[in-house]
Design a binder for this molecule. Structure first.
Ligand code: ARG
Length: 282
């Protein structure tokens, strides 16, 4: 007689663990596309601001429903891109570095975000020396920071971040103007996992990403061009643009819970989920 062995069950996907986060957002009250500083922006198109406000509110509610804390900075007239809170600074272990913008049109956002950070109960807040666009180009992965350059953030700011926070900073070269900030080309999923679009990086930087993250999710161009990688993860739930359907499937296969949101109006300025979200790390 042959023994009947239990059929091995398909390996259950890893149980991903969410941790509560503190986010800063900025309501798109003064949002418009009145200048063009990236290839997504077309000043002749026009935006529906009420729709932008509703879409933004859905994103805020998504975070609140997941149990995260969301604070809102007052938006300022004349700063239509201020809705992209990720660019306003970098906060690591309760310490902040302010932003210094590349383009004159956004420069006044630097001091606006810096003064919010100064009142946020952090250990210290430092004014930047080099041009840096905050979490647009600096992404924290566990104990290291991935840093983009090529279009906005100056490589000098990479060294500045390493020296200020005492964390290893990995410089990555962006080469495709559609993916002008690191957070348009790479998403942090948890302390050791990322997803990225390889073609957005120089060959050398692709090599670095392969070595550091051999198990990374590689996004398709179709998902990258809807800014699918402009996503925010709490370690389990990944909030991402709803049009990034293949990426959502890949995330599900890896045990994450993708939550799609539609930010079509903000996409007209070249931004999406992550751009609207600065994480305040304790
Ligand atoms: N219009 C803005 C700019 O070009 C969009 C910023 C998007 N933010 C981001 N974190 N990628 O600066």
């Amino acid at each position: 007689m042959t023994a009947v062995l239990p059929t091995p069950r398909a390996a259950s996907p890893l149980e991903r663990v969410a941790t509560p986060r503190r986010y800063l957002m900025c309501r798109p009250e003064h949002f418009e596309v009145s200048y063009a500083i990236n290839p997504w922006m077309d000043v002749t198109l026009g935006v529906d601001r009420d729709l932008a406000l509703r879409q933004w509110e859905t994103l805020r509610q998504t975070y609140l429903n997941l149990g995260h804390q969301v604070e809102v900075i007052t938006s300022e007239p004349g700063l239509p891109d201020m809705v992209f809170a990720a660019n306003g600074g970098l906060v690591v272990e309760g310490r902040a570095l302010g932003a210094r913008f590349t383009h004159a049109e956004r420069r006044a956002e630097g001091p606006a975000y810096l003064s919010w950070l100064a009142g946020a109960g952090l250990k210290d807040v430092t004014e930047p020396v080099h041009v840096n666009e905050g979490e647009g180009d600096f992404l924290v992965v566990g104990e290291m920071v991935l840093a983009g350059t090529g279009f906005r953030t100056d490589p000098g700011a990479h060294a500045e971040v390493q020296e200020l926070f005492g964390v290893p900073v990995i410089s990555l070269q962006l080469v495709d103007p559609r993916f002008y900030h690191l957070d348009t080309a790479l998403a942090v999923l948890d302390d050791s996992t990322v997803a990225y679009f390889p073609e957005a990086f120089s060959p050398g930087s692709r090599g670095v990403l392969q070595r550091l993250f051999p198990d990374a999710i590689l996004a398709t161009e179709a998902d990258a061009v809807v800014l699918g990688l402009n996503a925010v993860s709490d370690g389990r739930h990944v909030v991402l643009p709803s049009a990034a359907v293949d990426l959502a499937t890949q995330l599900r296969e890896r045990g994450y819970v993708p939550l799609g949101v539609d930010l079509s109006e903000l996409l007209k300025a070249g931004g999406s989920v992550k751009c609207c979200t600065m994480e305040i790390r304790a």
